[in-house]
Design a protein around this ligand. Sequence first.
Ligand code: NAP
Ligand code: GFB
Length: 317
Amino acid sequence: MGEKKVILVTGGSGLVGQGIRMAAEKNPVADEEFIYLTSRDADLTNREETKAAFEKHKPTHVIHLAAKVGGLYGNMRANLQFFRTNMQINDNVLSVAHEMGCKKVVSCLSTCIFPDKTTYPIDETMVHNGPPHDSNFGYSYAKRMIDVMNRGFNSDGSVCFTSVVPTNVFGPFDNFNLEEGHVMPGLIHKIYKCKRDNTPLTVWGTGSALRQFIYSVDLGKLFLWVLRNYNETAPIILSVSEEDEISIKRAAELVAQGYDFKGEFIYDTTRSDGQHKKTASNKKLLQLHPEFKFTPIDQAIRETCQWFEANYEIARK
Ligand code: NAP
Ligand code: GFB
């Protein structure tokens, strides 16, 4: 048996954190103890509270997820707050983890932080090659600074601070709030109500934007693989393949299938489409982890619709 690992998961109560918890509970490893933090345990924008949480749990490893997170419209309304809050959280967590002697920290970027004007597919070398899409510049620059700090903390070679770059994530325990959340939970929430009330579905934007979606259950497994096997400073994209990219219209059709909803789709084109596409390559992941199998998206959406329906009262909405 190896040396005991105490793995602190910041943002452990959220969509991605719950995906990691499900993966860790399904395949437990004897020398790994997971601790899932929520903002009630510590407000990580506050350095004293951050330090107290680390002193209490004495982690050897950190999966750093905690962040101010939102969909396109939440970001468009509050870019400065997304930048400042996430800069505070990230600087506190990474600097305290380093001070406390944590051996490895896996932080979380996002495929929406890459340059808006770019060639495709996007890969891990392109993070800083130009300004991000204007709709979420605050969140994007704060995320990019994680990569800068990782290079700084790793400079003496004694620790491994790295990051992953998930594409759009969805699954159980998501934020289903229509104005602040992401598209997939928004469609799941809306179509649940359209089916219940026999009303037409309003899709925001033209429906022509393209996205790659990863199921939180799959992402949880990939986070554990990164924790145990990936030790480069450079980030690694965690996404389905380019050919799995779908339009928002197709995503809405798949959610409608998940609920057997046959009502009308209305497109509210007064709402922004945001980035048209942010097609990312998962070539590096598949070269290092070739046996990984993603859940088919129609199955993942169906399971998430079932979770939402069964947990409607407690779901964040
Ligand atoms: P989420 O469901 O909103 O969860 C956010 C987590 O961060 C929650 O546990 C929340 O705690 C915690 N948190 C927020 N502010 C905090 C603070 N001031 N102090 C301590 N904890 C705080 O978000 P998510 O989708 O799981 O995102 C997790 C990570 O994945 C983030 O870094 C995000 O940028 C990244 N990511 C997400 C997506 C996506 O599509 N969702 C895509 C790419 C990357 P409470 O529950 O107590 O509020
Ligand atoms: O997930 P989402 O809000 O953010 O997706 P992004 C926005 C796309 O979905 C736009 C369309 O093309 C919208 O027009 N859409 C259609 C909807 N109906 C809806 C709906 O009901 N709700 C929402 N939210 N969108 C985010 C970044 O970009 O990606 C974040 O802003 C984060 O920072 C996230 O990184 C992963 O995919 O456009």
